[in-house]
Design a protein around this ligand. Sequence first.
Ligand code: NI
Length: 162
Amino acid sequence: MALREIVVEGDPILRKKSRPVEKFDERLHILLDDMAETMYFENRGIGIAAVQVGILRRIFVVDVGEESGKLEFINPEIYEREGSTLFCEGCLSCPGKNGYVERPERIRVRAQDRNGEWFDMEATGLLAICICHEYDHLDGILFVDKVVEVEEEDLEDGEEEE
Ligand code: NI
């Protein structure tokens, strides 16, 4: 495993649409392992999309804590969204920025695992929020596009003008 460099806001690649994964090979497995390592050890994030390490493929990894553990999503499709909740988000690609985004309370998503097997799951709470955030990355959308309220601390720091 190896750490990969995180692409930050301003790089045009983050605005591009990622393409589906077609080959479920060793190269994909290395990428997934590297993404997880980068998420955990370098920046302590709870989710990371392939585009954030410069790979325009429909892949993300999330880990919001003990209950779900690490989950890998390849070619995901969120096909059900229910409810609405506000959560203060951040992003490895938008260092120093936080803000409240409206997300569904419950989702259903299907995706392929690292071997190409399809799975289907329901997610709620932080896991649902995290999946929606990463899913947006696959279509070139950043959480900062959807912020409805900037976090209070940012205002105090005067960072709102960035
Ligand atoms: Ni992000």
